[in-house]
Design a protein around this ligand. Structure first.
Ligand code: NOJ
Ligand code: MG
Length: 579
């Protein structure tokens, strides 16, 4: 049997002064100390602390909003801050504790906001900075934190920094981007490839040099070897921290720095001609470089200048790198984002167990796990697991040890929306067509009600709404006490109040056939979670007796159980167990 896995981990790297929410609004107080949990993987934590001493980001369920697709208020077909603010009561009702907002900064929108031309302002498409301040205020008044997307790897080519940098080799900002002379016989300096297709180098006639871009040529990479760049980006963080932002999700956090010797990347042994050509080489000289980790740790220091803030990061958490991104010698990210469940085979409990337990084993003892349902870059949860399993998937997300992060729309079971070839917006699909890379289907507008355009806009939505919105929408699911939305709300409420789900450690449980089961333990208390991934009824044996706390079908709660529980097809259960 696999090792038992401790999920109750704490704060060596969480930083001193973990803070605790108070019922209404956000009124933080210091906890007793910054503590280090003895114990580790495979052992019960003898020093388990009450979950009231966890940091807010360990207890809060997080909610990613892709603002272009959340709610439009002005009829231009693109979501905006006023629209978002008009939906805040939905977030309170749902019970989420923090929002991660994808970029709202000024942008030419080549990559829909991830190409930023001013890091300290708001694009008119979304509103203005006063409206963003108001959003922060309104969220905080509801006890909800706000994390902004922070995109330190690159700017838009139209950013004044890049315009200055490219203007001449004597400009003060000449070293702010990655400029390199052509190879001795002409052409790009090495074989590095852009993730978005083609070479990662673009020749710029005014400078007579190439600049490096991990993504589009419209997104030149900043030169993080340059201390002036690091200082400027630290000041960007401070700008938002002073305005009351509670943290950041760092975009492309693992690729900040490239090899200073510009060595060629080696061939990717897993490459097949059916794969996008951008995967031809292994990105060993551009990804997860040691200097990148050091610079992320510096960003963490900046965030730690302000009490009670958090850093999430988009990184490649494969292999040993996960521990690196949490930080080994010094704190780095609080939560390297874990999208491991995207690879799950949802009718195979063994696949789930392997993904979950491999990940938990790699989370260092001092660090805190997290689980993200999906994001604007990947197929939606309901499309990956199938609508029949959307309920067990939801139950899994909120019962695993660690912070849960859901992608707005997953709570009503939104699936990927087909986009006609002539309506494709995503630049990735336009540049690398035919490899299934189009991200538009995951970014379709949210469905609020059964009116025209699902209540998202009075204009023409920037991406299609898709079919089925008359049933799959917030309003109708909010009215239905047995909807998927109702289940998400119950799960979030349970996680908000149940210490065992917040702090209990994870223990695999034996389960028949199509069932995936595990216990969470905290002190004398334990909770059994059983998820039937198949379409046949299953009997799950349990130690001792128990009481049904919640089922995915939202029925037979409070039933007493002895020795076993029957799971209907695609049913998940949460049982408070006694020996
Ligand atoms: C990751 C973001 O999530 C994605 O949407 C974007 O295209 C790239 N980073 C580039 O910023
Ligand atoms: Mg709008």
């Amino acid at each position: 049997m696999r090792r038992q896995l401790i999920a109750r981990r704490t704060l060596l790297l969480a930083g001193a002064g973990c803070l605790v929410d108070i019922a209404a609004g956000i009124a933080p107080k210091q906890s007793a100390d910054a503590f280090v949990t003895p114990g580790g993987l495979g052992r019960e934590d003898p020093a388990a602390r009450p979950s009231s001493e966890l940091c807010w980001w360990q207890r809060a369920s997080m909610y990613q909003i892709y603002p272009l697709s959340f709610q439009d208020s002005d009829g231009d077909g693109m979501g905006d801050l006023r629209g978002l603010i008009s939906r805040l009561d939905h977030l309170s009702w749902l019970g989420i504790g923090a929002v991660w907002l994808s970029p709202v900064y000024p942008s030419p929108m080549a990559d829909f906001g991830y190409d930023i031309s001013d890091f300290t302002a708001v694009d008119p498409v979304f509103g203005d900075i006063t409206t963003l301040d108001y959003l922060i205020e309104e969220l905080h008044a509801r006890g909800i934190r706000l994390m902004l997307d922070f995109v330190p790897n690159h700017t838009a080519a139209s950013h004044p920094w890049f315009q200055e940098s490219r203007s001449s080799r004597s400009n003060l900002k000449r070293e702010w981007y990655v400029w390199v002379d052509p190879a001795p016989h002409g052409g790009p300096p090495n074989n590095w490839l852009s993730r978005f297709g083609g070479n990662a180098w673009e020749f710029d006639p005014p400078r007579g040099q190439y600049y490096y871009h991990s993504f589009l040529k419209e997104q030149p990479d900043l030169n993080w070897h340059n201390p002036a760049v690091r200082r400027a980006m630290a000041d960007v963080l401070r700008f938002w921290l002073r305005r009351g932002v509670d943290g950041f999700r760092i975009d492309a956090a693992g690729v900040l720095v490239e090899d200073a010797l510009l060595r060629d990347d080696p061939p990717n042994p897993k490459f097949r001609e059916s794969m996008p050509p951008s995967e031809r080489f292994k990105r060993v000289y551009t990804d997860s470089r040691p200097e990148t980790l050091g610079y992320l740790a510096q960003l963490r220091e900046v965030v730690d200048e302000y009490p009670d803030r958090v850093l999430l990061g988009e990184v490649d958490i494969a292999g040993a790198r996960l521990a690196d991104f949490y930080g080994r010698q010094q704190p780095c990210l609080h939560l390297p984002l874990n999208y491991g469940l995207r690879k799950a085979v949802w009718d195979d409990p063994t696949s789930l167990a392997r993904i979950i337990e491999d990940y938990l084993e790699r989370v260092p003892p001092h660090a805190w796990p997290c689980w993200a349902s999906g994001c604007h870059d990947m197929s939606r949860l309901a499309s990956r697991c199938g609508s029949l399993r959307a309920r067990v998937a939801a139950m899994l997300l909120f019962t695993l040890p660690g912070t849960t992060i859901i992608y707005a729309g997953d709570e009503i079971g939104m699936a990927d929306v087909a986009v006609a070839t002539d309506e494709v917006r995503d630049v990735l699909e336009r540049r690398l067509p035919g490899y299934g890379l189009n991200r538009d289907p995951y970014r379709a507008p949210l469905r609020w009600d059964s009116s025209a355009n699902a209540g998202f806009t009075s204009g023409r939505p920037w991406l299609p709404i898709g079919g089925g919105a008359e049933h799959c929408n917030f309003e109708s699911e909010r009215r239905d006490p047995c909807s998927l939305l109702a289940l998400y709300r119950r799960l979030i409420a349970l996680k908000n109040t149940e210490p065992v789900l917040q702090s209990g450690y994870y223990e695999p449980a034996a389960a028949p056939g199509s069932v995936f089961a595990f216990y969470r333990h905290l002190g004398e208390r334990k909770i059994l979670i059983g998820l039937n991934l198949g379409d046949a009824t299953q009997e799950l044996a349990m130690r001792g007796q128990g009481t049904l706390v919640l089922t995915t079908h939202l029925d037979r709660e409070a039933s007493r159980l002895t020795g076993a529980v029957t799971l209907r097809p695609h049913e998940g259960i949460i049982v408070s167990a006694t020996s």
